[in-house]
Ligand binder design. Structure first.
Ligand code: SF4
Length: 213
């Protein structure tokens, strides 16, 4: 990383850590996949029941494989061949996990998390259920404020996810959210997580790369 980019990042790191702390969440920065892997290995153990939210970022960082290879009891939503009912049951089971690992569509400099969800299982488990939540995000998810976070979700996260899922929605063609009424719409629940009552239940880990969308 170029030295002035690094300098700017360190200033933002300090600001974000303080902002999340003020909202009763912890925040830490890791350089790359290796540092993240080392951190996660340190907290995985046989007693832990772990679930994950659907996430391109987690797959890019090898987190799903890492959980499968570890000793934890994994509620694996990515297991091949799951029926719709089995998948829904795993989503419900996730509420009883010790640890829920997910990404976020956006996070802001005032220490809030912004997400849009179709089924709602991911945002629901972030809000309530699992004893601990780890949110892993790349630098590209950092937004200045709520307005920028919502714009990022409508202009990037949601249309790109619709493309990934081969949805027949207008954003796949236009590249912008058209606030559609399509039966294949993937946007149902718009959720902001701000000040938390349960101190440090949510940990935000920022990986110093661009990841997901
Ligand atoms: S509301 Fe419809 S058009 Fe907008 S991002 Fe979601 S699926 Fe695409």
């Amino acid at each position: 990383m170029e030295k002035n980019v690094e300098k700017l990042l360190r200033i933002k790191e300090k600001e974000l850590i303080q902002a999340f702390e003020a909202n009763n969440m912890t925040c830490l920065f890791v350089k790359d996949k290796d540092e993240l892997t080392h951190y996660l290995k340190g907290i995985f153990n046989q007693q832990k029941k772990v679930a994950v939210g659907g996430s391109v970022t987690l797959n890019q960082l090898g987190v799903i494989d890492l959980i499968r290879e570890s000793d934890v009891d994994f509620i694996d939503r990515y297991e091949e061949g799951l029926s719709r009912d089995e998948m829904m049951n795993r989503f419900r089971e996730s509420f009883f996990a010790d640890l829920f690992i997910t990404s976020t569509n956006a996070l802001t400099m005032d220490g809030c998390l912004y997400n849009i969800d179709g089924t709602g299982n991911r945002v629901a488990a972030m809000i309530f259920g699992p004893k601990e939540v780890i949110v892993i995000a790349g630098l590209n998810k950092i937004c200045l404020n709520e307005q920028e976070a919502i714009a990022h979700i409508r202009e990037c996260s949601a249309p790109t996810n619709a493309m990934r899922l081969n949805k027949k929605t207008p954003c796949v063609k236009t590249g912008h959210c058209m606030d559609c009424r399509s039966p294949e719409r993937i946007c149902s629940s718009y959720v902001k997580l701000g000040y938390q009552g349960q101190v440090n239940r949510i940990k935000v880990i920022i990986v110093e790369e661009n990841l997901g969308y």
